[in-house]
Design a protein around this ligand. Structure first.
Ligand SMILES: NC(=O)c1ccc[n+]([C@@H]2O[C@H](COP(=O)([O-])OP(=O)(O)OC[C@H]3O[C@@H](n4cnc5c(N)ncnc54)[C@H](OP(=O)(O)O)[C@@H]3O)[C@@H](O)[C@H]2O)c1
Length: 334
């Protein structure tokens, strides 16, 4: 489906040893890229990934490079001859970033700026940044830095060049690293109740496969500055916990303990704000938020603004049975 865009291309994945990186490598093995470069800081994670790839065909074209997105020179070096950059490197955990917000400024904001500058300097054709629903009307430092990452990726500052920048935005990835599943596993192992923040809390959910398909779609269809948003089902976190416990223990009514909302958490997440809906085009499976013009939009004065925000609290929630069904088909990454 994406052969024309991915075959014979040199591809760079920043943050390639994370959950996103593992899945994108798996999906790229269905195509014929010329080369793949994994760029990240920790050699242990790279070694583990190398071991896991050893048996696979894709290992022959995959190269591992140690580097930090905070460092422009290492990005400039690694971007040589690259056609497509998937920018996934980030500090992404809300509680950590609440404690160390400036570390996320350095990685998520300055790092993204370095990715943009190095891509332009090296004449990369397509650059896709991975963003999150937490960047919409952000209340936590992680979301704030990702909101600025999105702004950098659609800034007019870089308009006069041949590199096409865009972002993809999605909600919680089921089973990705840093998810709540390892904690729930431990609780089940010890026969303890599953901790859930609040009975009303909801989240948009998607699989890594869907996330990667969105990224490929973005490379194929971006003209510059768009944010591609996947339409996604939403669920109450308490139902997710119940579904998971039922799957693991094969019993219904596993006990739940409500532990309260953490700093920086919302009850519901937004994938598109009311303001952004004015610029959003709806497609079958996703929305495309076009880049705003930084002038008065004369047409908008006469238009009735009739759009609502796209909130995880205002869509149909998945049932426990539906959640179990999705989770059954996932291999969990911790
Ligand atoms: N997982 C989700 O639920 C979710 C939802 C929406 C959006 N996203 C976004 O998707 C992207 C990928 O997430 P993920 O789940 O794959 O995260 P992950 O598993 O935590 O992986 C993060 C990757 O980034 C690398 N990294 C971190 N800081 C770096 C730096 N300064 N320079 C270079 N590499 C760095 C890490 O390797 P080293 O530590 O070795 O450097 C690792 O390879 C992130 O941008 C995240 O915000 C994730």
């Amino acid at each position: 489906m994406y052969d024309s865009i991915l075959n014979r291309k040199n591809i760079l994945i920043t943050g390639g040893t994370g959950s996103f990186g593992y899945q994108i490598l798996k999906e790229l093995s269905n195509y014929k890229p010329k080369s793949i470069v994994i760029f990240s800081r920790d050699e242990d994670k790279q070694n583990t990934m190398k071991q896991e790839l050893r048996e696979q065909k894709i290992s022959k074209i995959t190269k591992f490079v140690i580097g930090d997105v905070r460092d422009y020179d290492s990005l400039y070096t690694v971007c040589k001859n690259i056609d497509i950059v998937f920018h996934a490197a980030a500090l992404k955990q809300v509680p950590t970033v609440e404690l160390y917000p400036f570390e996320a400024v350095k990685t998520n904001i300055l790092g993204s700026h370095n990715v943009v500058k190095a891509s332009i300097a090296r004449g990369v054709k397509h650059v896709v940044a991975v963003s999150t629903d937490k960047a919409v009307k952000p209340v936590n430092a992680m979301g704030m830095t990702k909101a600025l990452q999105e702004k950098i990726f659609r800034s007019d500052q870089y308009e006069k060049n041949n590199t096409i920048f865009c972002s993809v935005r999605y909600g919680n990835v089921l089973g990705s690293r840093g998810s709540v599943i390892p904690l729930w596993d431990k609780k089940i192992e010890n026969g303890q109740p599953l901790p859930v923040t609040h009975s009303e809390m909801t989240r948009f959910l998607l699989t890594l496969h869907d996330a990667i398909q969105l990224v490929f779609y973005a490379v194929k269809n971006a003209k510059g500055g768009e944010i591609f948003v996947k339409k996604a089902p939403s669920a109450k976190i308490v139902d997710l916990a119940k579904a998971y416990a039922e799957l693991v223990t094969k019993k219904k009514n596993y006990p739940i303990e409500y532990v309260g909302i953490r700093p920086g958490e919302k009850i519901h997440e937004l994938l598109i704000s009311e303001e952004e809906m004015r610029f959003a085009i709806e497609k079958k499976d996703h929305y495309i938020i076009k880049k705003e013009e930084y002038e008065f939009d004369k047409n908008s004065a006469k238009k009735k603004i009739r759009f609502n925000e796209y909130s995880s609290g205002a869509v149909k929630f998945m049932s426990i049975e539906e959640l179990k069904d999705i989770m059954k088909h996932l291999s969990w990454v911790v």
